[in-house]
Design a binder for this molecule. Structure first.
Ligand code: FES
Length: 150
């Protein structure tokens, strides 16, 4: 027997399925790699065209992304995009991760409605900025202590 809460949840999901793919709904409701990271090797916070922000932290080992996490104050689609972009990055070389684009996030999520495609761009842009941050401080990590705080 299903509870009225479960029925309500199913009703919401049925409505969401009319707009979003099953993958996008899953990554939005069960985001992977959510949270900040201590002693990250790369970090970026980027504001999207909508005014929402995303943060991405990276741990790099032997030239590969060992760990990637994210936070966002954006919409459900930005949560799905942050979740997916960090999944796409994990285990890949820096060179490969630099080539992850908005379209890759969209493809992996099974597409997004036109009004939400900028959320995937925010995720891809934040990942790129975090890689840039890693590369900037790679050889002189002590300089992180002197960088401007927000
Ligand atoms: Fe701002 Fe999705 S990130 S609307």
């Amino acid at each position: 027997m299903t509870s009225s809460w479960e029925q309500f949840e199913e009703l919401i999901k049925a409505e969401m399925r009319k707009i979003y793919s099953e993958i996008a709904i899953d990554h939005s409701m069960n985001p992977r790699n959510l949270g900040d990271m201590e002693n990250a090797d790369g970090f970026a916070k980027v504001m999207g065209s909508c005014g929402d922000t995303m943060e991405i932290w990276l741990k790099v080992r032997n030239g590969n992304i060992a760990q990637a996490t994210f936070m966002t104050d954006g919409c459900g689609t930005s949560i799905a995009s942050g979740s997916m972009v960090t999944e796409l990055a994990k285990g890949k070389s820096i060179a490969k991760v630099q080539r992850i684009m908005q379209q890759d996030v969209l493809n992996a999520l099974g597409g997004l409605p036109e009004e939400s495609v900028h959320c995937a761009l925010l995720a891809a842009d934040t990942l790129k900025a975090a890689i840039k941050d890693y590369l900037t401080y790679k050889n002189e990590p002590w300089k992180r202590a002197y960088r401007r705080k927000e």
